[in-house]
Design a protein around this ligand. Structure first.
Ligand SMILES: [Zn+2]
Length: 302
């Protein structure tokens, strides 16, 4: 199956034949939908319509902690956002044919064969040797529209893991090999089986980085916590905190750019009755608990 996609919006500049530039994405650690790499630091993520709408309507305050979304692809139409990066405004996707797989790696979610994609900024872009940590955030993961069976399943998963008590659960972790250590790789299944102490140890291992780098991570996590405290009515059900740290930096790279942290996966997130969901008051305490837990583990005295 292929998708024939024609662009919907038109801006001046060159067009890009997408099938010529797609590559499997090497640095994915969490989630079940494979991402595909596009040029200039972008990823193609298969998603459902709801997540597309969420990116289209996302409150400004959440935009500041989410990856930049440059365009959405829905069946046959490509929409490039006004606030997309310069590259995306100048190099429009045109007559895109997205193949089912690329170099043996699937692009379309096999279960859903989704025709919806979002083009997101890649947090690992230009990193030589990234450490990657995906932590599922919050104490509740199901959206308001979940079925009774789904609610029961997701609630049980939260209760039987560190999610319910700590507001985070390890969903994937990769640390590249170093001179003294082998590569570390932890799957979401191993993350689900972790107790509090095992989670603490894994996170401590991930943040075993130079003090100056750790300080940048602490500062960025505090900033995200502050945003969540101000984000009234937002609920990040099922979202993850994605943390990427360069372990083999060039001397010329600014310290600030060695640590990239964003909130990702908004398929079940909601705000202000989005798509007919419930209205919620105040901030998302479950996600804030997760940030507090993480800040506590990496030694920040709040
Ligand atoms: Zn872009």
């Amino acid at each position: 199956m292929v998708l024939n996609i024609k662009r919907a919006s038109s801006l001046d500049g060159a067009t890009v034949n997408v099938q010529d530039v797609l590559k499997p994405f090497d640095h994915q650690v969490g989630g079940h939908t494979p991402f595909t790499s596009l040029p200039n630091g972008h990823l193609l993520k298969p998603c459902d319509e709801r997540e597309i709408y969420f990116y289209q309507k996302m409150p400004k305050i959440i935009k500041s902690i989410a990856p930049l979304c440059c365009s959405t692809i829905q069946g046959s139409s490509v929409t490039t956002f006004d606030d997309s990066c310069l590259n995306c405004r100048q190099h429009q996707l045109e007559n895109v044919v997205i193949p089912e797989s690329i170099e043996g790696s699937p692009i379309l979610n096999k279960r859903k064969l989704s025709k919806n994609f979002i083009v997101l900024s890649d947090l690992t872009y230009r990193m030589k040797s990234p450490r990657i940590l995906d932590l599922k955030l919050g104490t509740r993961q199901h959206g308001d529209r979940a079925t009774v069976a789904k609610i029961a399943c997701m609630t049980a998963k939260c209760q039987s893991t560190t999610s319910a008590s700590l507001g985070i659960r390890l969903c994937g972790m990769k640390c590249p090999p170093s001179e003294s250590k082998n590569q570390v790789s932890i799957s979401k299944y191993e993350g689900r089986a972790m107790d509090k102490m095992e989670l603490f140890l894994a996170i401590r291992q991930f943040f075993n980085v130079p003090e100056v780098v750790l300080e940048v991570a602490q500062r960025k996590l505090l900033a995200i916590r502050d945003v969540l405290e101000k984000a009234n009515g937002v609920r990040l059900f099922g979202a993850s905190l994605l943390i990427v740290i360069e372990s083999d930096p060039l001397e010329s790279t600014p310290i600030d750019n060695l640590v990239r942290i964003k909130v990702v996966d908004f398929a079940n997130a909601t705000f202000d009755g989005f798509q007919g969901d419930n209205f919620y008051e105040g901030s998302d305490e479950g996600s804030i608990l997760g940030l507090e837990t993480l800040l506590g583990i990496i030694g920040h005295q709040a």
